[in-house]
Design a protein around this ligand. Sequence first.
Ligand SMILES: Nc1ncnc2c1ncn2[C@@H]1O[C@H](COP(=O)(O)OP(=O)(O)OP(=O)(O)O)[C@@H](O)[C@H]1O
Length: 299
Amino acid sequence: MSTTPVIDVDRLNLTYGDFHAVKDLSFQVRRGELYALLGTNGAGKTSTLEIIEGHRAPTSGTVRVLGHSPRDRRAVRPDMGVMLQESGFSPDLTVRESVRLIGRLTRRTDDVDRVLDLVDLTGRAGRRVSQLSGGEKRRLDFATAVYGTPQVLFLDEPTTGLDIQSRDALWATVDRIREDGTTIVLTTHYLEEAQQRADRIGLMHQGTLHREGTVSELTRALPAVIRFSLAASAPRPPLQAVVDGDGKALVETFHLQKDLHLLLGWAQDHAVELPDLEAGPTRLDDVFRTLGNASHRGN
Ligand SMILES: Nc1ncnc2c1ncn2[C@@H]1O[C@H](COP(=O)(O)OP(=O)(O)OP(=O)(O)O)[C@@H](O)[C@H]1O
């Protein structure tokens, strides 16, 4: 397997006027990886992706995709599938015509029926784009990325607006595509999708890569959590618990198994009920919360 990264971003900077949106950003994506670029609102993800996709020139720094500058459209475009947040298909074209157009625009070749089947739009092939539901439009956007089986896929919020069945179907298709060694860059605000699927995560905040690693590398630094409710009349639990006014208790621990065992043993011995008991490792959401900053509007 080649060790040359498929995407190589080196000390990338982007300014809009005097606003420094991307600051000395460096990261690499390896062949076959699913890399999730996540971050707070306004962190600079879209700006970074626009540069990697060749839509925008950086202020300084270098980007290589499959060894080429992304501005070298002829060299890179056929190997790069991009699913934008809005593809902007003409509302008057049919779905089949739109998919055929993707081939012409991207200079990739594929079988239109295969692509329609892949994105589950065979039954809508003759329908005009203007008549599609939001979820069907999103699947047509997905067709833009997968047409011609490119080596690198960029999926920008791919499941926004999809119901759970369509979401599962999209991820099943992505899983199949990944078996061929396709490299994927994902952005999403659905953190559980990134948590389940990403090989590595780059966490952007205020223009820089705040943290990077596998999900377990990112969450390991934070304590696991035990939550339960406690009646006002209950004795004091054996652990350092923060209990709010409604009797909801929270324990943070780096020794989850041992402390859970202690808590359950204590509850058994004292005949204490622990309604709403939950225990588990820190989730990616919690890593995000540690970024907490005044400019974060939550999403
Ligand atoms: N064309 C522009 N002119 C000026 N400022 C811009 C422009 N585009 C983006 N910005 C600013 O640059 C910063 C980064 O924006 P960007 O869209 O890259 O963030 P993002 O991480 O994709 O955010 P979100 O999760 O909210 O979509 C933001 O503060 C934004 O307001």
